[in-house]
Design a protein around this ligand. Structure first.
Ligand code: GLN
Length: 503
C-alpha cells in the first residue's frame, strides 16, 4: 500500500486525501519510507525534514477531519524543494560549502505559499552549487544519480528535484531555471518541468544566481500536476520588485482543454535553427516523431527562423557570470555561513573563506564575470552580450507572430555518464543550447517527456510568449495524452528498479 502511494500523481493523491480515503500522514510516511529506501543510491536530497513533514501533514488531516475545506487542491501532497529557496525550519545551502550550516531567518515566498497551500515539504534537494551546472556534479555535497541509470547524471542544476520525481520519492518538486535547470533535468529523467515567464513566480528568498534570468517553477511527473503546482506558487508578490502584477495564467483549465486531444487551429512553430546539427540522432528521431504527433492532434506546423539563437549560448555565458560575480560578492564571511578565520585582516578572512567555500565552477564564473565587467572590456563583452539578448527577444517576437507556440528538443543529448563532462566546461555548457534563448528573452517554456532514445528519456520543449503559459500547457497536455496512448501508459512507469527500492 505504502509503495503504491508513491506511484500516484499529485492530483490522484490529493483526491484520496481530500476524500479521506488515506491520510496526509500516511502519504507523507510512504514517501519518507521510499526516500529511506532509495536515496542512499539516488542522493536527490540534501536534507530530509521527517518531523516537520509529518507535523505539516497531521495539520492537514486535522483540519480535514474538522470538516474544513482543503487549503488548496494540493493540500496534503508531498513535495521536494530545491535547496536554493530559504526555509526557516530547514538548512539552506544552495549546494555550496560556503552556506554549510546556515539557517535562514526567513521563508522564501515560494516556501510560504507551499505551506499556506498545505503542501508537505519533505526536504531540500541537491543541486549544482548556486545553480550553475548541468549535471548536479558541481554540488559540494556529491552528485545525484539518474534513476533511469544510476551511472548517469540526472541533469542540472536541479538534478535533485528531477531525480526525486523519477525515483518516486516525491510526486511534486520545485526547481529554478536560469538557463535550463528545470527543463534539462526534466528531459533527462522523463519528467515534466516548467520555466514560467520571468516575473511569474516570486524570487523573494531565492538565493540569486543571475537575477535577470532566474525563475522558479514547478516540476512533476504529469503536466496536470505541474499546472496545479504552478497555480499555488505563481502570482504577484510585492516582496519581489520584478514580479509581474497580473493574474496567474489559467493553466489548470488549459491542461483540461489540452487533454481532450484537439489542437486544431493552433499553429506550432518549428525553429529551423534548432534540432539539427549537434543533436544526437535518437533525440532528432524523437523530435520528428513528436512533430508527426502534433500534426495528428490537428496542429498546423509552420517553419520559423530565429537566426540569433545560435549566439545565445555565448551571450548567456557573459551575462550570467557578470551577474554572478556581483551577486556572490555577498558571501564575505562576515554575515553568514562559512568563515575561515585566519586571524588576520578582514580581507584575508574573506579571501580564505571564498577560496575554501566556493567550488571550481563557481570560481570560474566569478572570474569570467569580473573580467567581462571590468573597465575597458565592459562594452566588448557584457555590452555586446546585452545587444544579442535584445536580438534574441526580437527573434521570439517575430516567431510568435507566426505561431502560437514553438517546439524543439529540450536538450541536444540524453543523460550522459557521471564524470563525462565535469572537467570540460564547454561540453557541459552545450547542454543548454536549446533552453537558454527562453531565459534571455524572459519568455515561458516547458519540457514534456517524449519517448526514449537508447533506453533513456528525451524531452520535447514547448515555448510560449511571456504570459503565454495557458497555450503552452495546453499543447504539453495534449502531447502527453497522445504519447501515453501510444506508449501504453506513462513512460515514467518503466523507470528501472533502484537498488534498495521496490521500483
Ligand atoms: N546549466 C546552466 C548553467 O550552468 C543553467 C543553470 C540554471 O538554469 N540554473 O548556467
Amino acid at each position: 500500500m505504502s509503495e503504491e502511494l508513491t506511484r500516484l500523481s499529485a492530483a490522484e493523491l490529493a483526491e484520496k486525501i481530500h476524500s479521506r480515503e488515506v491520510s496526509a500522514v500516511e502519504v507523507a510516511q510512504a514517501h519518507l519510507d521510499r526516500i529511506a529506501a532509495v536515496d542512499d543510491e539516488v542522493h536527490a536530497f540534501l536534507h530530509v525534514a521527517t518531523d516537520a513533514a509529518l507535523a505539516s501533514a497531521a495539520m492537514v488531516d486535522e483540519s480535514l477531519d474538522a470538516g474544513t475545506a482543503p487549503a488548496s487542491p494540493l493540500a496534503g501532497v508531498p513535495l521536494a524543494l530545491k535547496d536554493v529557496f530559504t526555509t526557516l525550519d530547514m538548512p539552506t545551502t544552495a549546494g555550496s560549502k560556503i552556506l554549510d550550516g546556515w539557517r535562514p531567518p526567513y521563508d522564501a515566498t515560494v516556501a510560504s505559499r507551499l505551506r499556506a497551500a498545505g503542501i508537505t515539504i519533505l526536504g531540500k534537494t541537491n543541486m549544482d552549487e548556486f545553480a550553475m551546472g548541468s549535471s548536479t556534479e558541481y554540488s559540494a555535497y556529491g552528485p545525484t544519480r539518474n534513476p533511469w541509470d544510476t551511472t548517469r547524471v540526472p541533469g542540472g542544476s536541479g538534478g535533485g528535484s528531477a531525480a526525486s520525481l523519477a525515483a518516486f520519492e516525491a510526486p511534486l518538486a520545485i526547481g529554478t531555471d536560469t538557463g535550463g535547470s528545470i527543463r534539462q533535468p526534466a528531459a533527462f529523467t522523463g519528467t515534466v518541468g516548467v520555466k514560467p515567464t520571468y516575473g511569474g513566480v516570486s524570487r523573494y528568498g531565492l538565493i540569486a544566481c543571475a537575477s535577470s534570468l532566474d525563475q522558479g517553477g514547478p516540476c512533476a511527473r504529469t503536466v496536470l500536476d505541474a499546472a496545479l503546482l504552478h497555480e499555488v506558487i505563481g502570482g504577484h508578490d510585492p516582496l519581489d520588485s520584478t514580479s509581474i502584477d497580473e493574474p496567474i495564467p489559467a493553466v489548470v483549465e488549459a491542461v483540461r482543454l489540452g487533454a481532450t486531444g484537439d489542437l486544431s487551429g493552433l499553429r506550432v512553430g518549428v525553429v529551423r535553427e534548432m534540432g539539427g546539427e549537434g543533436y544526437q540522432p535518437g533525440v532528432r528521431a524523437s523530435f520528428d516523431e513528436a512533430l508527426r504527433q502534433l500534426e495528428k492532434l490537428g496542429a498546423e506546423l509552420v517553419e520559423v527562423s530565429c537566426p540569433h539563437f545560435e549566439y545565445g549560448l555565448a551571450a548567456y555565458y557573459l551575462i550570467l557570470p557578470s551577474e554572478v560575480s556581483s551577486n556572490l560578492a555577498r558571501f564575505d564571511a562576515m554575515r553568514y555561513g562559512l568563515r575561515v578565520d585566519t586571524g588576520a585582516s578582514a580581507e584575508e578572512v574573506m579571501a580564505a573563506t571564498r577560496e575554501a567555500g566556493f567550488g571550481p565552477e563557481t570560481k570560474r564564473r566569478i572570474i569570467l564575470g569580473t573580467y567581462a565587467l571590468s573597465s575597458g572590456y565592459y562594452d566588448a563583452y557584457y555590452g555586446q552580450a546585452q545587444k544579442v539578448r535584445t536580438l534574441i527577444a526580437r527573434d521570439f517576437a517575430e516567431a510568435f507572430a507566426q505561431a502560437d507556440v514553438l517546439v524543439s528538443p529540450t536538450t541536444p543529448t540524453t543523460a550522459f555518464p557521471i564524470g563525462d563532462k565535469v572537467d570540460d566546461p564547454l561540453a557541459m555548457y552545450l547542454n543548454d543550447l536549446a533552453t537558454i534563448p527562453t531565459n534571455l528573452a524572459g519568455t515561458a517554456a516547458l519540457s514534456v517527456p517524449s519517448g526514449l532514445a537508447d533506453g533513456l528519456p528525451v524531452g520535447l520543449q514547448v515555448m510560449a510568449p511571456a504570459l503565454g503559459e495557458a497555450v503552452m500547457y495546453r499543447v504539453g497536455a495534449a502531447y502527453e495524452a497522445a504519447r501515453n496512448a501510444e506508449d501504453g501508459g506513462p513512460l515514467i512507469n518503466r523507470v528501472p528498479s533502484i537498488p534498495g527500492g521496490a521500483g
